[in-house]
Design a protein around this ligand. Structure first.
Ligand code: MN3
Length: 389
């Protein structure tokens, strides 16, 4: 039996992780849950899974949770961010799933690793911003990070015990909802256009990142950190059907790919069961009913965020942390319909030209994060007003 804490249990990955856990009551048990503000769903999860502790970050939502919780609840309810640290490092926890949105994933990753917990990582932003800290810490604790991102799970599965023979990875990309938009159409792309992702059902932030291809830029960084690769060892291939979840090429030219119909639960389950595999076929991939598989080169001109990501990673230090921060702010402004789709990359470019690049340390990363958010706020405000006038 593996005791699991889930940081971010009400989001897309968190709820699918609970679907996996529900199927294996004799293998997995939930010892702690946390959410940002969705107290209603958290309460349902608490009643069903009976964790020892449950955390809600938001104050107001927490009071609603307390009011509505049944009297015979045996779960300790904790309010605020300190609770996240507590559930990522508590004695009863063996494995922590980090599935929050964005930069909020970094601190829990560090506390879980510091406490020597196994780590299933869905929040790629923790590696984008803090990979220089996370990877050495995991190494020093002898912990293998289990990727929950579908591409990285694929690469992880394909490499197996052959890391020393790895030449490069082939990182596949659906192309996002706007793959076939022209440059002219991209100018007028709406939130609804962007959220209509063809293959994967995901949270809103990552769906926008898929449409700008920033997600793939972040995944390049994630792959470099997780598998100790250089950016030129990560080849991005647009594969609109999302059947090949990524592939690896070895020195002898042999390529191994991991395939299935898209379903995040496969990657989540493998992160939980690693190095074993449990019997449960989430996808029923039938070769005879698959569409034709096609491959294209990514268009760096049409999707400038991809190039910005490579440039930021090449600069290193706190640059990726700044990029991640301004990207989060710009994406949320787009989702609130304050800025246009193309304003996202413009705000990112303008902000990054103003930030300083510092060596990676926990203080510098959080400083770079807040500076990039502050500076981007000025540009977002300006764009907002332009768009109104
Ligand atoms: Mn992915």
């Amino acid at each position: 039996m593996i005791n699991i804490s889930i940081v971010g249990s009400t989001g897309s990955i968190g709820t699918q992780a609970l679907d996996v856990i529900r199927c294996f009551p004799d293998k997995f048990s939930v010892v702690a849950l946390s959410a940002n503000s969705n107290w209603e769903l958290l309460l349902k999860q608490i009643i069903e899974f009976k964790p020892l502790k449950a955390v809600l970050i938001d104050n107001i939502a927490f009071s609603k949770l307390k009011e509505n919780a049944p009297n015979d609840l045996n779960t300790e309810l904790i309010c605020g961010e300190s609770g996240i640290k507590e559930i990522s490092s508590m004695d009863e926890t063996e494995l922590v799933l980090i599935s929050t949105v964005g930069m909020s994933g970094l601190k829990p990753v560090l506390s879980a690793l510091n406490a020597g917990k196994q780590l299933a990582l869905a929040t790629k932003e923790a590696l984008v911003s803090g990979g220089d800290l996370v990877i050495p810490l995991a190494k020093s604790k002898n912990i293998t990070i289990r990727p929950v991102d579908s591409e990285h799970s694929a690469i992880f599965q394909c490499i197996g015990d052959n890391r020393e023979f790895l030449k490069k990875v082939i990182l596949t990309c659906s192309g996002g909802a706007l793959r076939n938009f022209t440059v002219e159409q991209l100018k007028y792309a709406t939130v609804d256009d962007v959220l209509a992702h063809p293959n994967w059902s995901m949270g809103k932030k990552i769906t926008v990142d898929c449409a700008t291809l920033m997600n793939k830029g972040f995944e390049m960084m994630e792959a470099c950190h997780l598998f100790n690769l250089l950016p030129n060892q990560v080849e991005i291939v647009i594969h609109p059907q999302s059947i090949i979840h990524s592939a690896v090429e070895f020195f002898d030219g042999s390529i191994i790919a991991q395939m299935s119909k898209p379903d995040m639960k496969l990657a989540i389950q493998y992160a939980f069961s690693y190095p074993e595999r449990f019997e449960k076929n989430w996808t029923n991939t039938d070769f005879f009913s698959l569409p034709a598989l096609t491959f294209e080169k990514p268009d760096f001109d049409k999707f400038p965020c991809l190039k910005i990501a490579f440039d930021s990673f090449a600069k290193g230090g706190t640059m990726p942390a700044s990029l991640n921060a301004v990207n989060e702010e710009a994406v949320f402004a787009f989702l609130k319909k304050e800025i246009k789709f193309n304003d996202i990359f413009k705000i990112i470019e303008m902000t990054l030209s103003k930030v300083e690049c510092l060596p990676s340390s926990i203080e510098n990363i959080f400083y770079a994060d807040s500076e990039a958010r502050r500076i981007s706020g000025v540009f977002i405000e300006r764009m907002k007003n332009n768009n109104v006038n």
